[in-house]
Design a protein around this ligand. Sequence first.
Ligand code: ATP
Ligand code: MG
Length: 254
Amino acid sequence: MKNLIIRGLSKTYLDPYAGAHVTAIADVSLEVVQGEFVSIVGPSGCGKSTLLNMIAGFIPPSRGEILLDGRSVKGPGPDRGVVFQSFALFPWKTVLGNVTFGPKMRGVPREERERIGREYLGLVGLAGAAGRYPAELSGGMQQRVGVARALANSPDLLLMDEPFASVDAQTRMTLQEELTRIWQERRPTILFVTHDVEEAVFLANRVIVLSSAPGRVLAELPVPLPRPRVWAPLVEDRDFKALVARVLGMVRPA
Ligand SMILES: Nc1ncnc2c1ncn2[C@@H]1O[C@H](COP(=O)(O)OP(=O)(O)OP(=O)(O)O)[C@@H](O)[C@H]1O
Ligand SMILES: [Mg+2]
């Protein structure tokens, strides 16, 4: 069980070049409950990655608190899985070796971790690529390995920072559909950061809209669209389009 509560979170960086302080995130409060799929959307530079990095425990907040099941986040932990835009696979390990790395570090016996690894590779449609090396895969396939690797640790909370931003539009749509399917099957708690409003609405049960820098919570909108979510019908769906237009209006005020 993992509930995430964030209260009054702020982050100020010292810009070493300008010698000035930059407030990336200002007084953000939000809650995510077990099994939710929440998107966070906001304009470039509003502090989305900063927010996710603080939840991951990679950087400390300047003010406020992050509670996971009531316990303050002090650093990274296996209870949180991360998939970032520019994540690195281990180039010297096979696809299966990459996906089973986390379980291996946790001392899961070989047979068991390979079973887990193959299961998640199957889930992202890469059952046949287990023995290949990252350099032999397309960008979209590497991205899938990254998702499988994060899932193989069975994290309570999956933190995703624009994980599909660097793949072509068609592959991105496939990955988005796959992620919603995996979420429906496994129900991990997912916090998904993006500046792509359609992506945010397509994926989530709830969209949190951040303001331009420094990021503050502008709005939270439920996404009552039915699942499974598939692009072909949804792009034409009136409710989907209305929600996207509403969020766009907030992200890019006229
Ligand atoms: N390590 C750092 N040192 C100084 N300033 C930083 C650092 N990291 C981020 N910033 C600044 O904080 C602000 C928010 O950056 P952040 O990367 O969190 O935004 P973002 O919403 O993820 O943007 P994007 O959509 O482009 O990924 C920016 O002004 C950025 O320059
Ligand atoms: Mg970012």
